[in-house]
Design a protein around this ligand. Structure first.
Ligand code: PLP
Length: 383
């Protein structure tokens, strides 16, 4: 166990679990049991059934809560399961103001599912505080839903200003922290209320587990999410919990490596004649550079860029050797994606264009490969 003053990497390795007291094992025991024997009708143990509580999952839930600076963490079978569970705390008649470039799956849950149960959402530009405030319907609006940096345009939202706005109207602030991870950004410390994750990305980090998390520092809010987790049952299986606990130990070294490459590649591409624009909050000319610096410990390992033609973009996607052309991000292997046909394929072309998602835009998530290899790979193709 570590104290809160230990460094970020020390805490990643030691928080939540050190050594098994029975065997000395350094890795956490993997408990596959679905049920647990009880002593008698008057003496129930700590665990009864794994949907309600599992020791391996609980270890992971404690770790993620601690890393986010929260007190209550819950592990789900996917990011969307975690996000849906958090959104289910709302009731018919409730209204949310949501950042307009929200993750596509979250947009689908809000517009296709929760809307059927009378939970409404208005989408607004979260980089424009007054636009967001205008979308609030006093009395009806119950929450703000944010992502920063946003996907794929890497826009930065001022989390301190947004949580102050939320407090003015007595709203809950939810933040999807997938792109940054608690290693780089801890929204609860900035006044937000619920942090959400697709742990499939940086937290697990090895492109081999689907998982999601919801974390809060408020006991009552934590209990509301736990109630939904236990009711709906989209819990993360023990085996996957074990893999994520292992992956988390290297979150810091993976983030640092990916971020170093992202910064170097962003700077190199910014000067390149065949690159129209580079979107990365680590570049000084990025509109959100100062806000991001003030609220996080880095710019992250994901950048987007636009090449000068669609043809060149398609060539890059086809020929890149050290980044897989795939959906997802946050793995030890670099991944290059094509938002117009992947994350934003469901959006009509005109709407996409209006939001700045052109047919020559790519998103690149940097893994732990050597920076030079990935950069030279890109330069070789775009010349
Ligand atoms: C991938 C992703 C999700 C969804 O998570 P899954 O684990 O795929 O269900 C949510 N938000 C963001 C920002 C993501 O990148």
């Amino acid at each position: 166990m570590t104290d809160k003053k230990a460094g970020r990497n020390t805490r990643l390795v030691h928080t939540g679990y050190d050594t098994d007291p029975h065997t000395g094992a350094l890795s956490v025991p993997l408990i596959h049991a679905s049920t647990f024997r009880q002593k008698s009708v008057t003496e129930f143990g700590e665990y009864d059934y794994s949907r309600s509580g599992n020791p391996t999952r609980e270890t992971l839930e404690k770790i993620i809560a601690d890393l986010e600076g929260g007190s209550h963490g819950y592990a789900f079978a996917s990011g969307m399961a975690a996000i849906s569970a958090a959104l289910m705390i709302f009731s018919p008649g409730d209204h949310l103001v949501v950042c307009e470039d929200v993750y596509g799956g979250t947009w689908r849950v809000l517009t296709g599912l929760l809307s059927r149960f009378g939970i409404e959402a208005t989408f607004a530009d979260a980089t424009d505080l007054s636009a967001f405030e205008k979308a609030i319907i006093p009395g009806k609006t119950k929450a703000l839903y944010l992502e920063t940096p946003s996907n794929p345009l890497m826009k930065i939202t001022d989390l301190r200003a947004m949580s102050a706005l939320a407090k003015k109207y007595d709203l809950i602030t939810l933040v999807d922290n997938t792109f940054m991870s608690p290693y780089l950004q801890r929204p609860l410390e900035l006044g937000c209320d619920i942090v959400l994750h697709s742990g499939t990305k940086f937290l697990n980090g090895h492109s081999d587990v689907l998982c999601g998390f919801a974390v809060t520092a408020d006991k009552a809010l934590g209990k509301r999410i736990k109630y939904i987790q236990n009711s709906v049952g989209a819990v993360l299986p023990p085996n996957d919990c074990w893999l994520v606990i292992r992956g988390l130990k290297t979150l810091g070294v993976r983030m640092e490596a990916g971020q170093k490459s992202a910064q170097a590649i962003a700077e190199a591409l910014e000067k390149h004649p065949n690159v129209k624009q580079v979107l990365y909050p680590g570049l000084k000319k990025h509109k959100g550079y100062e806000i991001n610096r003030a609220q996080s410990d880095g710019a992250g390992a994901v950048l987007s860029f636009e090449l000068k033609s669609t043809e060149l973009t398609h060539r890059l996607l086809k020929e890149m050797q050290y980044a897989a052309f795939a959906v997802s991000l946050g793995g030890v292997e670099s991944i290059i994606s094509y938002p117009p046909m992947m994350s934003h394929a469901a959006m009509p072309p005109a709407e996409r264009a209006a939001r700045g998602i052109s047919d020559s835009l790519v998103r690149l998530s940097l893994g732990v490969e050597d920076t030079e290899d990935v950069l030279n790979d890109i330069l070789r193709i775009i010349e």
